[in-house]
Write a protein that binds this ligand. Sequence first.
Ligand SMILES: [Zn+2]
Length: 146
Amino acid sequence: MVMKKTSFIGSIFANKCPRCRKGKLFKNDRPYELRNVLDMHDYCPVCGQRTELEIGFWYGTGYVSYVLAVLFSIFNLIWYWLIFGITWRDNSIFYWLAINGIILMLSMPLLMRLSRTLYLTFYIGHDPEAEHRRQQRKTDNIVKPL
Ligand SMILES: [Zn+2]
C-alpha cells in the first residue's frame, strides 16, 4: 500500500490530526457552511486521538486566532503597500483598513479552523505509528478473548 506522506505545514493547512496527519479534524470539508464550521470529530477517525483534550480546551484558540489575524493583516498591509502604495497624504490607509477588514471577515471560517488545528498541534506531537497501533489494538481485541 502506498502511503502518501503529509508534511507538517501541509497537514496544518489541511486541518489534519496532528498525531497521524491523516485523519480529518472537522466533520465537514466545507468551512463556509457556517452552521457547522467548528463541528469536529471527538476522536480522530484514523488514529483515535482525542480532539478536545479537556473541557473548555478550545477557549485557548482565541489567542491563536488573534495572532493569526494580526499576522494576516501585516501580510495584507505589505502587498497592499507594494501594489497600491500607502501615504499619509490621502485616504489610502483607510482604504487598506476597509479592505483588510473585508478580507479578514471573509477568511474567518478558515482562520477559526486553522487556529484550532494549530492549537491542538501545540499539544500533540506527530506519531507516524499511531494509525498502525490503533489497527493492532482493534485486531488484538477481536482475536484474544478476555
Ligand atoms: Zn489521527
